[in-house]
Design a binder for this molecule. Structure first.
Ligand code: 5GP
Ligand code: ZN
Length: 114
């Protein structure tokens, strides 16, 4: 068993506000929301970040991106728009080293990326 926070959420050892799950992914509310809608969608398998993707595990990204439109629609941000972000490593501001994508919406987001 690893100590990863998101693996603990997958195993049910840490509670979360669940939005969606299937055998490969889990989506839940971010504990520290930066927008009215702030959902994280994660792989159930422990993959460190986008930087750890390769031809053997990258199908998970297609699966995640197939679910995002459904999650956005359910969260009522599909029409107004939203942003999908994945932070990678130290300079990318990644705090939890487990593959995840932020889904942010419910307000006009700042246009600057830096
Ligand atoms: P990162 O900077 O790694 O891309 O973002 C990690 C995100 O995970 C942060 O937005 C943080 O608020 C969120 N987070 C960290 N720990 C927990 C937790 O235990 N539960 C939930 N729901 N979100 C968490
Ligand atoms: Zn993990």
């Amino acid at each position: 068993m690893n100590d990863c926070i998101f693996c603990k959420i997958v195993r049910g050892e840490i509670p979360c506000s669940l939005i969606y799950q299937d055998d490969k992914v889990m989506a839940f509310k971010d504990i520290n929301p930066l927008a009215p809608v702030h959902i994280l969608i994660i792989s159930k398998q422990h993959i460190e970040s986008v930087q750890s993707l390769d031809k053997n595990n990258s199908q998970i990204v297609a699966h995640i991106f197939e679910k995002i439109p459904y999650i956005a629609k359910e969260a009522d941000i599909a029409k107004s728009g939203y942003r999908v972000i994945s932070n990678i490593g130290k300079d990318g501001g990644q705090v939890v080293p487990h593959l995840h994508f932020h889904i942010l919406g419910g307000r006009a987001l700042c246009t600057a990326l830096g």
